[in-house]
Design a protein around this ligand. Sequence first.
Ligand code: NAD
Length: 473
Amino acid sequence: MKYDQYYAHGAFSDCTGDITFSVFNPATEALESVVQASSEKDLAAAIQSAERAYRSWSTTALEVRKAALTRLAAALESRTQQIVDSLAREIGCPVWLGELMQVPMAMKGIQFALEGMDQISWTETIGNGLVERVGAGIVGAITPWNFPLHQIVAKVAPAIAAGCAVVLKPSELAPGAAQQFMLAVHDADIPAGVVNMVWGDAALGEALVKHPSVTHVSFTGSTAVGKRIMVDAATELKRVTLELGGKSAVVILDDADLEAALTAALRMSVVNSGQACVSQSRLIVPQAQMAEVKQRLRQLVDTWKMGDPLDKATRLGPLASKRQFERVSSMVDKAMSEGATLIASGNGQVNAEAGGWFYPPTVLGNVRPDMEIAQEEVFGPVLAVMSYQTDDEALALANATRYGLSGAVWSGSAVRATEFARQMRTGQVVINGAAQNLATPFGGRGESGIGRENGRFGIEDLLEYKSLHGAQQ
Ligand code: NAD
């Protein structure tokens, strides 16, 4: 596939940048897609388009914005198959996961933005003052490759709802989902300029962040880049939403249903090949149950069949890129050299001759909290197991990283688990495997980020208060 057009003023135009990016199929290592970068001139056109649209879109009736989101949902849903296929070919995401998680999460993102609009007090009267909530302006949205459609929707849907205009720079490593999203924007007749898109890498992302017309930067990606963006945004006091990395812990208390907890913990550490910001990559278990934990994990690992992501029977695809493969391999090697032991490992390469960046689900024991594997995001199907003697020790271990994005706790008593969850320093905690509710605020503490997305919270993140003294309606 070739992706060589940016989107501005409600139309696709040829990119005029002079670099291209190659996307390789991670299951075969063959060239899959080529992305032609946008130039700074293209970026300027996209920003001018957004500025023009913002003037009128920011004052549209809520019903008009809702109608736009409703049309967008229908247009996006009709592209499900193309999206699922591109996710498999470009990032190795198995089709079952594309169909059951990647696309549905995005669809829920639009649905909850629509519902969120009804939960916001858009105006309030205080004495002679009319307080209005208005869209913060031009949003520069920068997204990663691991849940590429969901992350785009998590920024663009609330921006449409808030009355903002957006310039999106999606990941250059997963262009298919972004292209399908923009085609849906076009099909849905979203008014020209409300949503714009440019192709590029870090350099164009940086230019977008620094552009004086961008008033709010909404970024999802690594903590290192997030910090850099915050510094760049600070020079003009731009507002930021930063959804960054994580090192989330799942804590199993001594009265938990071990089989249910371990099944879910392994799933949450290896699904999407561990390439999820909310990946539960640390498992904290009672010392007395360690032998049983190891034995069960050895059996569970084998249920994660690796293979061709386009095959419906495949549960685990390859890592998304050679770079990811090298990163994961070197972090596991380093952990082993520091004293970690291999508790369990799935089967290796599916077919060594066919190539592909397949990394088997891997469970490591003997992990100390000061090791890199216990502190840093692996972004691979690797679970680091640690043990504790008391609940206080378990809590200290859970809170002992610079991140604070997600986590989980398991107990025979939901009340006990809830009490424990309250003490975990993190943006969300899943209690006893509950479904994650995408209408609730999503975001991190510590170095996992600033701000919240999803539902009304994502919209409120993009709103400013405005006071009109003596207003007449
Ligand atoms: P990344 O930080 O390398 O890149 C993310 C995006 O930022 C890409 O579009 C990239 O082109 C752009 N970019 C890179 N440098 C930039 C700069 N200096 N200025 C502006 N833009 C720049 O991240 P990635 O490898 O694409 O994604 C993986 C990371 O994303 C992981 O750390 C993961 O935890 C994180 N993530 C977080 C969440 C969340 O909601 N908290 C969700 C998914 C992924």
